[in-house]
Design a protein around this ligand. Structure first.
Ligand code: F6P
Length: 334
């Protein structure tokens, strides 16, 4: 198998950066930091459009410091993002490798989540292209960083929506089931429940049954509570917000229920200060990691310190949800 070997990674001359998987606010701040750090160190940078898909098709654009001006505050990703089926095949990865060789790329910065890192790791094993990852996902479900780029913005966006829903829930004495994103995790749901004053939070990390939710609502009802907020993470084992709401309505017909799915609103918008800072820190760390010969690692911040975690750990280890947060919801909704 062809391997891409560097005599000395410290003299890397040209790298490429791409964003992949679901976009997240702060990806542009990270990209900007990657481009400017590389420029600072005299390394050329190419941006690859549409992730692995653009890598296969040769969608490379030369970037310089000016290319990323006026982007730090923008949501989405100026490199665009995609999920590539073709990259999952050996032929697709061979095409991607050929494109990288043709463009003289010696290292990659991948901004994305676990799907992205899995692809990058297989790619490195087959072709030897070193990749350092930057955790870009609103889900915050990556082991090896306390927060992912985009998470803080997504939670704040969702909270803003919940505050608005609370107004109408209160006016009409209704019970709202609000679905937030998080395919496999309740990281978005939990702070939304605490900050949004919800009575109940349902997340994949706990086995809270609909029956328990029903009991909680009935207890509140008896205490003359007239409006309720139930936050449901989309990946909850009991189903999505529509499913949970239907089961509750069947058990408490007198409850006036409504469902709101916040959806992709959570993925857009200007990044918060926290996400701009995190994206910038990680972007710098990713390039300097590559320069120091790192590969198959994700740059992250744990306990305020920069750490590089092997992709195998970010992919296979689960970042535990702080269970005391679930208890907080229970206490605060009494
Ligand atoms: O991984 C980020 C995420 O926003 C998840 O929370 C959500 O389940 C998924 O992406 C939605 O993906 P898509 O944009 O492909 O519908």
């Amino acid at each position: 198998m062809t391997q891409y070997i560097f005599d000395n990674p410290l003299i890397m001359k040209r790298i490429a950066v791409f964003t992949s998987g679901g976009d997240s606010p702060g990806m542009n701040a990270c990209l900007r930091a990657v481009v400017r750090t590389a420029t600072y160190h005299g390394i050329e940078v190419y941006g690859i459009m549409r992730g692995f898909s653009g890598m296969i098709k040769g969608e490379f654009v030369k970037l310089d410091s000016a290319s990323v001006s006026n982007t730090v505050q923008k949501g989405g990703t100026i490199l665009k993002s995609a999920r590539s089926q073709r990259f999952m095949t050996k032929e697709g990865r061979q095409e991607a490798f050929d494109q990288l060789v043709n463009h003289g790329i010696e290292g990659l910065v991948a901004i994305g989540g676990n799907g992205t890192f899995t692809g990058a790791m297989i790619f490195e094993e087959e072709f030897g292209i070193p990749t350092v990852g930057a955790p870009g996902t609103i889900d915050n479900d990556l082991y090896g960083t306390d927060y992912t780029i985009g998470y803080d913005t997504a939670v704040n966006t969702a909270l803003e929506c919940i505050d608005k829903i609370r107004d109408t829930a209160d006016s009409h004495d209704r019970c709202f089931f609000i679905e937030v994103m998080g395919r496999d995790s309740g990281y978005i749901a939990v702070p939304c429940a605490i900050g949004g004053g919800a009575e109940i939070v349902m997340v994949p990390e706990t086995q809270m049954s609909v029956e328990v939710a029903i009991e909680t609502l009935q207890t509140g009802w008896k205490r003359h509570k007239t409006s309720f907020i139930v936050i449901v993470a989309e990946g909850d084992e009991e189903g999505n917000a529509h499913t949970v709401a239907a089961k509750v309505k069947a058990a408490i017909p007198e409850l006036d229920t409504r469902v709101t799915v916040i959806g992709h609103i959570q993925r857009g918008g200007a990044p918060t200060a926290a996400d701009r800072l995190l994206g910038s820190q990680i972007g710098i760390a990713a390039v300097e990691g590559l320069m120091n010969g790192m590969k198959n690692v994700m740059a992250g911040i744990v306990d305020r310190k920069l750490v590089y975690t092997p992709f195998t750990d970010t992919i296979n280890k689960r970042k535990p949800l702080n269970q005391s947060f679930i208890r907080m919801v229970e206490i605060l909704s009494v």
